[in-house]
Write a protein that binds this ligand. Sequence first.
Ligand code: SF4
Length: 261
Amino acid sequence: MKDSVIRQVETSASRTELDALADLLVDSSPQEILAEAVHCFPRMTFATGFGIEGCLLIDLIARSGLRIDVFTLDTGLLFPETYELWRRLESRYGLTIRGVRPEKTVAQQAAIFGDRLWERQPERCCGMRKVLPLREALAPFEAWVSAIRRDQTRERAGVRILEWDATFGLVKVNPLALWTSEQVWSFVRSNDVPFNLLHEQGYPSIGCVPCTSRVLSGEDPRAGRWRGREKKECGIHSRVESRAVSWNLERKETSHDVQAG
Ligand code: SF4
């Protein structure tokens, strides 16, 4: 039996519906969550930064044959190891990970705003190189997948498995919200998922070269991002109102038949 309803997300009723679906999925595996989410929101994309969690989700998406678009924000400032991982993942899983790039190259940005804008105005730099390109990339979709987990930072502690992303105006799916770092690494090792070699060299969280440094023993895993600054996020996981979207919230009774590998 199918229960099909059309909902406008901007109404409180539909957000309640989204919360209810999130509650239903709380004991589901990430693979089950992805399968159910893409069933409800067929126009779905995954924005990966190639962190360890992102590699795990690419593995699940590819091995399950889920029709989920995958892209990465290529700021032009990623580590060589990250570009190499990008190619390795595409080759391993036979999929295309689209590169979404800012309007301006690093050189063009420097010509207008001065060299190393990230040192003087990292919010502006992230805005131009990450947030704006992400906003444009997400516009055609009704839902996007993110690899964030609750225990990564205080700012992420409240994320739900499914939530309305008011910043970008679509549903956000966080299949790993309730997973720990240990669970992620155990899955990656067990399934031989490719990952960034920098993780084994003191970089638990990897972003752009100028804004990523090694983490010392005992430090927070994200301590190496924008070290010495208040900034903890690039601005793509915050919450502000934006556009509305409708979706076909169609559920099957036996929707939890996909098992995590
Ligand atoms: S992480 Fe740093 S270099 Fe990358 S876009 Fe943000 S401020 Fe710019």
